[in-house]
Design a protein around this ligand. Structure first.
Ligand code: FAD
Length: 379
């Protein structure tokens, strides 16, 4: 049964074909192996006009809904979650400017972004603010019409690339709870006083993730997104779109892990037969595909609800939880099916496996998703 209508099917197929033929598996592997940001691939996506997806026509975009966006994320993730990350981090962060930016901010930041000339990163985490994301210590104070920022952010993906505007959660005031007094500032990554260091992480070797030191960095008062103090509500809304996007990309990557393992099982001969003939492996592959299908359905449900503006925190958490654990599980099983060959970069499976290991952490851990789901369960 196909849950997609004709135009969604066409769009999904277009993205998959583009990633296979224009971006290519080999390019994505090379960026990972060499730990270089995928500038050429990103530029191709920009030239195809896909950075305009989700952005309303009134703001210069092409419109489209979150379901279309999820299909794009699924396709761009097919040869590795990391490549999809480069595109997604920019696109889902851009939506914060669409939703909360002033007219001036939209003109200043969205126009070059849609042309592929600049990109976005989202910086929430800090050394002491991981799952406890509102425990923000980085502080911005207004001094002579400028925000002066002091502190340290951690794990900001894509922030070390060229021409990045970082949407950064900072503390600008105090309140009754730690969720109050937070704001999001738009900070170009070449701002004096901002030092960005790429981290030698297990996964995300191409897009890169970073630590950021802020030593009296200054941005104009107008760099605040929405109003001062609205930071937590902006980030809560942001995380819902981010989780749908990443969950869709996990599914795209997980499907390729299954496809690659299946192909290898047919090609690899041991004991005078293809290893696919061993029922133990066939059953493993059957479980893998079943899990990917289930993950995809959860993602499509969450995306469809979000596209219809129906409250869906629980469904989004379920999709994020299950899709990330699916990528982790099927890539580990894929490693087993590929035997020693799986250890080599050219087999790609070790890359999927590394991405799977980070997928249950980034964007909110599996434990946090389960907490959200459990909270929504009433007797
Ligand atoms: C590759 C990568 C890229 C990232 N990119 C970004 C980015 O672009 N922007 C950004 O802002 N952040 C980013 N992050 C940060 C990511 O969101 C955090 O790593 C994540 O939220 C978890 O925080 P932590 O690593 O500090 O773990 P911790 O919060 O310290 O958690 C450690 C363990 O304790 C568990 N735990 C913590 N609290 C609870 C609880 N209340 N109940 C049950 N279990 C709990 C966790 O589930 C985990 O198993 C990235 C992280 C990685 C690894």
């Amino acid at each position: 049964m196909n849950f997609l209508n004709e135009s969604q099917t066409l769009w999904r197929d277009t993205v998959h074909q583009f990633v296979e033929q224009e971006i290519t598996r080999e390019y994505i592997r090379k960026c990972d192996t060499e730990r270089v940001y995928p500038y050429e691939g990103y530029a191709k996506i920009a030239r195809a006009g896909w950075l305009k997806l989700l952005i309303p026509e009134s703001a210069g975009g092409d419109g489209g809904d979150i379901f279309d966006y999820a299909l794009m994320c699924e396709g761009t993730g097919k040869f590795g979650f990391d490549f999809a990350t480069a595109v997604m981090v920019s696109t889902f962060t851009a939506m914060n400017i669409v939703h909360h930016g002033s007219k001036e901010q939209q003109e200043q930041f969205l126009v070059p972004f849609m042309e592929g000339k600049s990109r976005f990163s989202i910086s929430i985490s800090e050394p002491q603010a991981g799952s406890d994301a509102a425990n923000t210590k980085t502080r911005a104070t207004l001094e002579n019409g400028q925000w002066v920022i002091r502190g340290q952010k951690l794990w900001c993906s894509g922030a070390a690339a060229d021409n990045v505007v970082i949407a950064m959660l900072v503390r600008t005031g105090e309140g009754k709870s730690k969720h109050e007094g937070l704001s999001v500032l738009l900070i170009p990554n070449n701002t004096p006083g901002v030092t960005i260091r790429r981290l030698p992480t297990l996964a995300r070797r191409a897009t890169g993730t970073t630590e950021i030191f802020l030593d009296e960095a200054r941005v104009p008062e107008s760099a605040v997104l929405g109003k001062p103090g609205q930071g937590w509500s902006i980030i809560t809304e942001h995380l819902e779109l981010e989780r749908i996007a990443v969950a869709a990309a996990y599914v795209g990557n997980a499907q390729t892990a299954v496809d690659d393992a299946l192909r290898y099982a047919h090609e690899r001969i041991q004991f005078d037969r293809a290893i696919y003939e061993f029922q133990v492996l066939r059953h493993m592959l059957a479980d893998m595909q079943t899990q990917v299908d289930a993950a995809r359905l959860l993602v499509y449900r969450a995306a469809a609800l979000a596209a219809a503006s129906t409250p869906c925190s629980r469904e989004v958490a379920m999709a994020k939880l299950f899709a990330s654990e699916t990528l982790q599980t099927v890539s580990r099983q894929g490693m087993q099916i590929l035997g020693g060959h799986g250890m080599l970069p050219e087999a790609d499976m070790e890359r999927y496996f590394r991405e799977g290991m980070q997928s249950t952490i980034g964007g909110g851990t599996s434990q946090i998703q389960r907490t959200i789901i459990a909270k929504s369960m009433k007797i």
